[in-house]
Design a protein around this ligand. Sequence first.
Ligand SMILES: [Fe+2]
Length: 421
Amino acid sequence: MRLLLLLFCVSAQLCVAQQAQIIRGPYLQSVTPTSVLVHWRTDVPTASRVFYQAKGKVLEKLDTNRVTDHVLALNQLKPSTRYAYQIDSKSFDADRYVVTAPAFGSSESVRIWALGDFGDGSASQKAVMQSIEKFTVGQRPDAWIWLGDNAYNNGKDEEYQKNVFDVYQKAFLQNLPIYPSPGNHDYAGKHDPSLPPYFSIFDMPIEGQAGGLPSHAESYYSVNYGPVHLIALDTEMQEASGLMLKDGKGKQVDWLKADLAANKLPWVVVYFHKPPYSKGSHDSDTELDMKSMRENMTPIFEQYKVDLVIAGHSHVYERSFPMRGHAGVNETFDSSKHVVAQTQADKYYVVGPMGQGVIYVVSGSGGKFGGQRPGYPMKSSVYTNNTIGGSVLLDVNKHTFHLKWIQSDGVVGDEFVIEKR
Ligand SMILES: [Fe+2]
């Protein structure tokens, strides 16, 4: 009798394993120099099993709990190493792999793709994706940062499926680590972080395992990726105290200041959804969320010598001068006062380790695009474009930071280089 039950059990497990279909993913989360979380979803509950391989050696990770939303941690990996992986199979596929992050302290060059306001199911969304696919054939991105409004219209699970997973799965999600941030659409216009499906779909490295200080909060976290310190913030979340990022104080801001103070890497990129400076489809002079970000947060970015602040929300591309000391409305911008003196050129900046101003980029046209408010383009802008979608590539090594805005037609619409010596 015992034998029969065991046989039945084994047979049933095999039967379920054969019948289960992957309906989401796999996608890669919290990638560090030595670990990755592989996520996927099946149509019926099954055990979770991943086979992975580097240099011909095949390893297996198994969790026998039967679930539909699967998360498996692969640990003890080697930095900057490519691992083929497969769900419940040893038939590896050339497009399904993870490359671990560079070792902490490594200054090897990295390529980071920044995408904002994308998941709307539009033709422009697909065109922007295809432009990056084509542009990066010879050098794929290493990491992918999301600037919020990832899934329209309300960040529902089914909207993530249709407008994110179904769009990016084959070309990017199965092999490119995502470090996301949320927007107002992901929060469905609310501010309570217990509500958005975003937080159950994604796992963020909040314990400091990817570098930076532990945040212990899924809304905000940091990542050391080669020579870049990436900081993801949440402009939508209201803390129990009632404070939000735009107030310039609270737990998130306290963590941000401590994380910035502790950083030792040469480049700092801070990203979030609602920009401090924009005159695209949103206006930072008249919309209180953005006005407060400008007034309360830009002094912090300046104090800690952030190199780039990149946001979305406004469905355009806007790039500012390297600037300091301008927290007023657009009309009060004075290039003789606010543009950092030693960086007057508009495409090539040579700065000392502590001497540059902050460059603010809005890249909110990864799917949505268009719109302008009175005063567009801003006086603080070097370049703006609201006529075509696009996204940003960052190529960074120890001494050089190169930003390119790649339009959906493949043209490099804007670029600049900062050389730090
Ligand atoms: Fe938005």
